[in-house]
Design a protein. Structure first.
Length: 398
C-alpha cells in the first residue's frame, strides 16, 4: 500500500551543556523580542490602514540589527529570527481568515520558550544534531529511532516551565500507511465517571490524573504563594516545583490518550463522537476541573489526525442530538434526563445504561451520516470530521 508521505514530529529530551543552555536562552529572548517588535510594527501599520507582510518585516529585521540598541540580535543565529517572522505572518493569515483572534505579544514569563531552525540552521549527521552557533552536538536521549533514512526538515528546540529541554525533529515517516479497511464501527461517548464509553458496552475508567496529585499540587502552590513577589531565587524554585507537578500530570494524561486513540483507530473503520462545545462546558464551575482533567478536546484532536493518517473516518454528531434521552431500541425521546440518572427504563421495557445507550445512539446517527450523507455540515474547528446538524427526533407514543 502506498505511503501517505506524512510528516511527523519526533520529540526527544536533551541535556544541554552550560554554554548551550546560555546560547539557547539568548536565542529564545531574541526570538521573543523580534516577534514583539514585528507585531508592534504591523499593529501600528494596521491603525494607519496599511498592510505589512513578511517581506517588509524581514527588511525591518535587517535594519534593527544595524542599530546600537538591537545589535545583540547579531549574536544568535538568524534562522530562528526569520522563522518567528514567518510564524507571525501565519498568525495574521489566520486572523484575516477569521480562524483565530488577533496575535498577542509574547511574555517573558508566560509564553512558551522555543526556537525553530530550518535546514540552514542545523547539521544532522551520523545521528548527531548540531545547531548553528554551537560547536558541539546536543546530548539527545534517543528514546525511539527516527524512520530509516529520514532527514529532518525543521528542528524546534524548547524549554518547558519545569526546566526540561526538548528537541522536535520534523521529517517524513514512510511507515504511516492506511490500514486495511474493516467493517467495524464504534460510537464513543465521553464522560467523567468513565473517560470513554463505547457502543460495544466497554467502559474505560477515568484515572483522574489531576486528583491523584491534587494534595501535592496544593501544597506546592501554597509554598509558592508565600514567597515574596518578584524574580527572587526562592520564588523561582517554588514556581519550578509547581511546574514539575503539572508536567507529571500532563505527561500521564497524554500517554493514556495516545494509547486509547491508537487502539480505537486501529480496531475501527468508522468512529462516531459527539461535537461537544468544551469551551462552553468548562464555564460550569462544578464540572470545570473534571472536564479539563479528562481533556476531551485533546482526545478528539488525537483521534482525528490519527484517523487521517490510517485511512479511518471520524464523524462528529451535533451536540444537540439527544443521545442520552433517546431510547436506542424504540426511538422514544424522554422529556428530561438529569446527570444524576445513570440507568433508566423506557416505556417499551428496555433497560438502559445512560452512557452505553448514548454511545449506541451516536453510532446509529453517525452511520446514517456516512451512508446517505443526511444532515452533514462542515465544522470550522474540526477539519478532520463530519458533523450532523441539529436534529429533533420525533417523539413516539408508547
Amino acid at each position: 500500500m502506498a505511503a501517505n508521505h506524512v510528516k511527523r514530529a519526533f520529540k526527544y529530551r536533551f541535556y544541554p551543556s552550560d554554554a548551550q543552555a546560555a546560547e539557547l536562552s539568548r536565542t529564545f529572548g531574541c526570538v521573543r523580542k523580534v516577534y514583539n517588535l514585528a507585531l508592534d510594527a504591523r499593529t501600528q501599520a494596521w491603525a494607519r490602514q496599511e498592510r505589512v507582510n513578511y517581506n517588509a518585516t524581514s527588511a525591518m529585521l535587517t535594519a534593527w540589527k544595524k542599530t546600537e540598541e538591537l545589535a545583540f540580535l547579531n549574536d544568535v543565529s538568524s534562522v530562528p529570527l526569520q522563522q518567528t517572522l514567518r510564524h507571525l505572518q501565519t498568525a495574521f493569515t489566520h486572523f484575516f481568515a477569521r480562524r483565530a483572534r488577533y496575535p498577542r505579544f509574547k511574555s517573558r514569563k508566560r509564553s512558551r520558550k522555543s526556537a525553530e531552525y530550518t535546514t540552514s540552521g542545523f547539521r544532522f549527521q551520523d545521528g548527531q544534531l548540531t545547531l548553528a552557533k554551537m560547536a558541539d552536538p546536543l546530548d539527545i536521549v534517543w528514546s525511539r529511532p527516527l524512520p530509516d533514512g529520514a532527514t529532518p526538515s525543521t528542528v524546534t528546540v524548547s524549554q518547558d516551565a519545569a526546566g526540561r529541554w526538548f528537541v522536535s525533529l520534523l521529517c517524513e515517516d514512510p511507515h504511516v500507511t492506511p490500514l486495511p479497511a474493516t467493517d467495524s464501527a464504534v460510537g464513543i461517548d465521553v464522560g467523567l465517571n468513565h473517560l470513554l464509553t463505547l457502543s460495544t458496552g466497554e467502559k474505560i475508567a477515568n484515572p483522574r490524573h489531576e486528583r491523584r496529585d491534587r494534595a501535592r499540587l496544593a501544597r506546592a502552590q501554597r509554598e509558592l504563594s508565600r514567597k515574596a513577589k518578584g524574580d527572587g531565587a526562592n520564588r523561582r524554585k517554588a514556581r519550578r516545583k509547581v511546574a514539575k507537578i503539572h508536567a507529571r500530570i500532563t505527561d500521564r494524561r497524554h500517554d493514556l490518550l495516545h494509547k486509547l486513540t491508537t487502539r480505537l483507530v486501529r480496531d475501527n473503520q468508522t468512529l462516531v463522537i459527539e461535537d461537544l462545545a468544551v469551551r462552553n462546558l468548562v464555564k460550569n464551575r462544578t464540572l470545570a476541573r473534571g472536564i479539563s482533567d479528562a481533556s476531551w478536546s485533546e482526545f478528539r484532536c488525537l483521534l482525528e489526525y490519527k484517523a487521517a493518517w490510517y485511512g479511518r473516518q471520524v464523524i462528529a454528531v451535533d451536540r444537540f442530538f439527544p443521545s442520552s434521552r433517546l431510547c436506542s431500541v424504540c426511538g422514544t425521546v424522554q422529556d428530561r434526563m438529569p446527570l444524576s440518572v445513570r440507568t433508566w427504563t423506557c416505556a417499551c421495557g428496555a433497560a438502559h445504561d445512560r452512557d452505553v445507550n448514548a454511545a449506541k445512539n451516536l453510532l446509529a446517527a453517525g452511520l446514517a451520516v456516512s451512508v446517505c450523507g443526511a444532515g452533514v455540515r462542515p465544522q470550522r474547528s474540526s477539519p478532520g470530521g463530519q458533523s450532523a446538524v441539529k436534529q429533533k427526533t420525533p417523539r413516539r407514543e408508547p
